[in-house]
Every structure is written in structure tokens, then in C-alpha cells.
Design a protein around this ligand. Structure first.
Ligand code: C5P
Length: 228
């Protein structure tokens, strides 16, 4: 299975989102986050599905198990293919979410440690005695044992996460930049080919596609790279 490309819809309106979906010909997956979903709600999910595409709803759930189970079921009832929750919500929260989506086409991805948190912030602000490099594989393993179908991680964490969870779970990574594009504010990146070789099942790409003068061509170039 070649590594799949997911295009990011980090925009405010339905019009902008649907324009991206229709111009990104050849891309089968789109990621809707907090920004777009809060403004446009389930109708934007259904509009994209009606265009024959799959939706990754990235809302990073983190709450008590009962609430998360209900939210995960709502996401599954919307027909989203992927959704996210925080591993630090714990084993029971993840297990309840998994039960709630069982028998549906929705798969759960766990977020371990946000890449915006430095080791110093983890220690001083979060009170975590581990570095991110230690915490990420530990949380990934726990999340998968609890029922997550996969993990979202930085490209530089793919190897450690793969070692921790084995070959089966999905590994999905943002922070991917083709050589021909700007890094924008992403500090530590890999190219699509490098991420695929490192073991990513799916890569999440935003600005290199959205800012490209020919989005369909950007999608094609990235997919060509992913296919090796
Ligand atoms: O435009 P760009 O390709 O940088 O978009 C990457 C997407 O992945 C954005 O939606 C961003 O919020 C998300 N993301 C990330 N790094 C993380 C987690 C999520 O870039 N560690």
C-alpha cells in the first residue's frame, strides 16, 4: 500500500474548503480541524464525503471516558474515516472510544506529546519527568494496547513509534515538506519520500499544496514521491 496523502483544510469557510477539495484532484483524503469544524460543522464533512472523498476529523478529544465515548460515536455516525484523541487521556478513555466506534468505518488515532511542547515545558509546566523522546513511544504503545488504531507523530518520531507499536497500527505524520516547497513554520521536517521510507502510512500536508499555483500538480508530485 503506498503511503496516502491527506490534504489539510485549515481555512475558515465552506467555500474555501470546497474550492481546495475540487482543485486537489487526485487527493482522496482531507483533514478538517477545530478551525473549520467549529465554523461549519457536520455539513462540511458531508459535503466533502458527497464529493467522494474521505474525511479525517482532527479534533483531538481529551475528556472523561464517558464523554469521549459519546463524542467518538458522534464522529463515527458522521461517517468520518479518521479522528484523533489525546493519549494522555489514559487507557480507559481510549478503550471506551474504541468500543464506541466498533463496527463502524471510523478509526482512532492517538496524539502522544504535542510537538509544540519542549522538554523544558514538559518538565516545568506539565510536570512530566520524561523527555518527549521517552514519553512518545511509551504513550504510543499504551494507546495502541488500549484500542487506538494508530498514532499521529512528527516524522522524526516515526521510527521510535514503529518500534513501540509494531507494523500493524497506522502511523500518520504532519511536518512533511517536499524539497520544492518552503518549510513555513515547521522546524523539523522530512520529505514525503523520507516519511514513507521511515514507515508512515499517511502524510498530512497543508501549505505546500494550498499555496501552490497548481494544487492538482502539487498533489500529483507528492503522490509520485510517496509511491517511490
Ligand atoms: O501547512 P502544514 O503542512 O504545516 O500543515 C500541517 C497540519 O498538521 C496543520 O493542520 C497542523 O496543525 C498539523 N500539525 C502539525 N504538527 C503537529 C501536529 C499537527 O503540523 N505536531
Amino acid at each position: 500500500m503506498p503511503t496516502e496523502l491527506i490534504t489539510v483544510l485549515d481555512v475558515d469557510t465552506r467555500e474555501e474548503a470546497l474550492d481546495i477539495v475540487s482543485t486537489c484532484k487526485g487527493c482522496a483524503w482531507f483533514k478538517i480541524g477545530f478551525q473549520l469544524f467549529t465554523r461549519e460543522g457536520p455539513p462540511i464533512v458531508h459535503a466533502i464525503q458527497d464529493m467522494g472523498r474521505q474525511v479525517f476529523l482532527d479534533l483531538k478529544f481529551h475528556d472523561i471516558p464517558n464523554t469521549i465515548a459519546k463524542g467518538a460515536r458522534s464522529a463515527a455516525d458522521m461517517g468520518v474515516s479518521l479522528t484523533t484523541l489525546h493519549a494522555v487521556g489514559g487507557r480507559k478513555m481510549i478503550a471506551r472510544a474504541r468500543e464506541a466506534v466498533e463496527g463502524t468505518n471510523t478509526r482512532l488515532l492517538a496524539v502522544t506529546i504535542l510537538t509544540s511542547l519542549s522538554d523544558e515545558m514538559l518538565r516545568e509546566e506539565v510536570g512530566l519527568p520524561e523527555t518527549a523522546a521517552q514519553a512518545v513511544p511509551r504513550l504510543a504503545r499504551m494507546a495502541v494496547e488500549a484500542g487506538a488504531h494508530g498514532i499521529v507523530c512528527s516524522p522524526l518520531e516515526i521510527q521510535g513509534v514503529r518500534q513501540a507499536v509494531g507494523p500493524e497500527p497506522l502511523v500518520v505524520t504532519p511536518g512533511v515538506r517536499p524539497r520544492w516547497s518552503s518549510k513555513d513554520d515547521q522546524a523539523r521536517v522530512m520529505t514525503p519520500a523520507e516519511a514513507a521510507r521511515a514507515g508512515a502510512n499517511m502524510v498530512v500536508v497543508g501549505r505546500p499544496i494550498l499555496k501552490h499555483e497548481n494544487r492538482a500538480e502539487a498533489v500529483r508530485l507528492i503522490q509520485e514521491e510517496l509511491a517511490g
